[in-house]
Design a protein around this ligand. Structure first.
Ligand SMILES: C[S@@+](CC[C@H](N)C(=O)[O-])C[C@H]1O[C@@H](n2cnc3c(N)ncnc32)[C@H](O)[C@@H]1O
Length: 258
């Protein structure tokens, strides 16, 4: 699809969804006046991440002090079914980050209430729920559909095992609309996982309000923190101690709230 066709299809996709009009207004504004936010400070962020990075295993064993086993070894049948569900989906969506880190931060926090932004196929939701269901906890998720793909909504969360879905509460709006609705349901969270709007400004807006809702001792995680300098700047400006985990050539950032 060429650029003009993509913009036109996106625009008419939004027009069919009145619940996403606020996001459409923000996207138009951003494209007219603030186009540089996606990659702002990428080069310095990548160097910063590379210098701090540890493996999943080292983070889980040395920081969380939990014996590490890869997520797919702990839940082999559910994982295999999830891979097949993704293969059957006719829609291409964003992929998974470190399922092991997501699972173990929920275990570490003995989470009852977790919040995540960005679901797509639902890999991160699957990993968080695998821990939460053992305590009958709840995962609150915010996810805006892929506007360019008809039918994408039917496949959001398609890799999540059916037996976990009673513990899952999904809000299908942009974060700026979903998060206030989620906060009406629960005032504080044990775990936050951010994996939606990856622009610098999107992250800076969400990090602050999500951090304020995290309980002391809770765990904050953001994916793809080498994409721009938002996570680095957020940590430096607010004196947070970050852990950077390298996985599949990408970086996730984690902060434990003291
Ligand atoms: C990288 S994917 C999430 C992958 C998922 N966490 C996983 O592990 O499988 C990003 C998702 O965030 C959604 N998204 C992007 N911008 C958003 C926004 N402003 N508000 C809510 N969701 C958004 C996308 O539509 C997509 O479903």
């Amino acid at each position: 699809m060429n650029k003009v066709a993509e913009i036109t299809t996106t625009f008419f996709g939004y027009l069919k969804r009145p619940d996403l009009y606020p996001e459409l207004r923000r996207k138009i504004w951003k494209n007219l006046f603030n186009r540089s936010s996606a990659l702002r400070g990428k080069e310095e962020a990548e160097i910063w991440c590379k210098n701090l990075a540890v493996s999943e295993k080292d983070f889980i064993e040395k920081v969380l002090k939990i014996t590490f086993a890869p997520f797919h070894d702990i839940f082999p049948q559910e994982y295999e079914a999830a891979v097949q569900a993704q293969e059957k989906a006719p829609i291409k969506m964003g992929g998974a980050g470190s399922l092991s880190v997501i699972y173990y931060i929920n275990e570490f926090a003995k989470a009852q209430s977790s919040v995540e932004t960005g679901v797509a196929y639902g890999w991160s939701s699957f990993a968080a729920l695998a821990s939460l269901v053992s305590r009958n906890g709840t995962l609150y998720s915010s996810d805006m559909p892929y506007i360019l793909q008809n039918q994408s909504e039917d496949f959001v969360g398609c890799v999540i095992p059916e037996k976990y879905k009673n513990n899952w509460d999904l809000y299908r709006f942009a974060d700026k609309e979903s998060l206030p609705k989620i906060f009406e349901k629960t005032a504080t969270f044990d775990v936050v996982h951010y994996d939606s709007d990856k622009t610098y400004d999107g992250r800076m807006w969400a990090y602050k309000i999500l951090w304020d809702k995290l309980r002391n001792g809770g765990v904050f995680m953001s994916d793809d923190v080498g994409d721009n300098a938002a996570f680095k700047d957020y940590c430096e400006q607010n004196s947070r101690k970050p852990y950077i985990i390298e996985f599949d050539g990408k970086y996730a950032g984690v902060i434990i709230k003291e």
